[in-house]
Design a protein around this ligand. Structure first.
Ligand code: GDP
Ligand code: GDP
Length: 435
């Protein structure tokens, strides 16, 4: 379930974001000739030899106007904290600098595997110059050229070799993994603490030995859950933990490992634009979602306030129209008992399977009620539908010609499927295929 994470570390301008872009296959971060240029995306998914993994460009996390060496130290620490394998990148045109040595020292002390990449080796003649980089102490230097896309295959072969072997520990099918996301101060840590105080925490014999020791397993009504550690919940006081990019990165990582994501909203300050972005990511990633309105103790509550707040949320998060909303207070534990059941329902729907017979009855009834559209004189014909996967429930509808499946008609079918089967708390996906 958990994807391996690769972090790229190196001085500004060595080519980190160029390589990041190559690895993730689309030009999503901005490369400019200015060192230390700001970037939008620093975390994305990449694929090599059938293995998907996540890549972090640590260069995208900058902390104010700290001096270079301090920045480098922070980025190396982020890589050590967050990654399974670190690509340490140097500039093959410039040789080893003091900053490279500094980073090397920090990486060396960690027990993380480090693969050394010497970038800007744009032609074969330059390969003879890479031997000096052995002195950094990370073994064989891999010559690459981000500009020309050379040497990446060999580099990735080496990186993939160091991925942790995924043992069955994470393949516990009936455990529900969930995380909490939301702006700083919405009450993520408070809520985790309240849950932990209220429910039975399973003490692991492996305490402290697992990599994600900060995850908390709990048991409630014969159901195992794991609360995944998220941004802002460790509070160890490292400088970079206060940067927004880093907290987004941790949230994305947590979402990836989750079955259910709790999107926290502060009842006191209301909904902000920022709340939407990460929730959108969880939705796109196909995770089950529960919206949690925290600090409900502060609000004067009547039946109407709850309804009003719900309407506001529905208007703001239209793409999350399937997500249940829970109102609670982490502080006073008011209505806290409504949370775990909602998580469970969302998770059950996330893994629900519908039999092909019943599904087709629903789809055919829907078509009888609202005939399929025509386009350029051709009518869409639906042959049959079937569920192909769970987490989230995904359906394939076989048709005469997928081009004729207008998105409004697809949405109509999706709504009918939702009406029939519920799917509260989970996105569902519908694909049309030619038969
Ligand atoms: P970052 O600051 O480490 O992320 O570096 P960038 O990816 O922004 O690259 C810095 C500069 O080096 C840009 O002008 C890139 O075009 C250039 N660059 C990146 N890779 C290569 C390469 O393989 N060869 C050469 N000659 N230039 C490169
Ligand atoms: P995080 O940054 O999202 O982890 O938020 P914290 O859990 O650190 O909470 C931020 C602040 O909100 C703290 O001062 C908490 O005491 C307060 N807080 C958290 N939950 C509640 C709540 O349910 N009601 C009230 N009144 N305050 C809360």
């Amino acid at each position: 379930m958990r994807k391996s994470v690769v972090a790229i570390v190196g001085r500004p301008n060595v080519g980190k974001s160029t390589i990041f872009n190559r690895l993730v296959g689309e030009r999503i971060s901005i490369v400019e000739d200015t060192p230390g240029v700001t970037r939008d995306r620093i975390y994305a998914e990449a694929e090599w030899l059938m293995t998907t993994f996540s890549v972090i460009d640590t260069g995208g996390i900058e902390i104010g106007d700290e001096p270079l060496l301090k920045q480098m130290r922070n980025q190396a620490e982020i890589a050590i904290d967050e990654a399974d394998v670190i690509i340490f990148m140097v500039n093959g045109k410039e040789g080893i600098t003091a900053a490279d040595d500094e980073v090397a020292k920090i990486l060396f002390k960690s027990n993380k595997p480090v693969v050394l990449a010497v970038n800007k080796i744009d032609n074969p003649e330059m390969r003879d110059t890479i031997y000096e980089y052995y002195s950094l102490g990370f073994g064989e230097p891999f010559p690459i050229s981000g500009a020309h896309g050379l040497g990446l295959g060999d580099l990735l072969d080496e990186v993939v070799k160091h991925f942790p072997i995924t043992d069955k520990e994470e393949a516990e099918e009936d455990t529900i993994y969930f995380s909490l996301i939301g702006r700083p101060n919405v009450g993520k840590s408070s809520l985790v603490n309240s849950i932990i105080n209220e429910e039975r925490v399973i003490v692991s014999e492996m305490e402290g030995t697992t990599r994600d020791a900060i995850d908390t397993p709990i048991r409630k009504d014969d159901q195992n859950f794991v609360i995944i550690d998220t941004a802002g919940m460790r509070k160890r006081g490292k400088v970079y933990e206060k940067t927004e990019k880093y907290s987004v990165l941790r949230a994305l990582k947590a979402i990836e490992r989750s079955d259910v994501v709790l999107v926290l909203i502060d009842a006191e300050t209301g909904i902000r634009e920022q709340d939407k972005n990460i929730a959108g990511y969880a939705h796109d990633a196909g995770r089950a979602i529960v919206i949690v309105v925290n600090k409900w103790d502060i609000v004067e509550t009547t039946e109407k306030t709850m309804k009003d707040f719900e309407n506001k949320i529905r208007a703001h998060f239209q793409f999350l129209n399937y997500a249940p909303i829970v109102f609670l207070s982490a502080k006073t534990k008011k209505r806290l008992h409504t949370l775990m059941p909602s998580i469970k329902i969302a998770s059950e729907n996330h893994t629900k399977r519908i039999s092909t017979n019943i599904l087709n009855e629903v789809v055919m009834d829907a078509i009888a009620m609202n005939p399929t559209p025509t386009f350029k004189g051709k009518r869409l014909k639906v042959l049959y539908a079937t569920q192909v996967s769970v987490k989230p429930p995904s359906f394939v509808i076989f048709v005469n010609d997928p081009e004729l499946m207008h998105f409004t008609y697809k949405r109509f079918l999706e709504n009918k499927i939702r009406d029939a089967f519920g799917f509260v708390g989970t996105p569902i996906k519908i694909f049309s295929r030619k038969r």
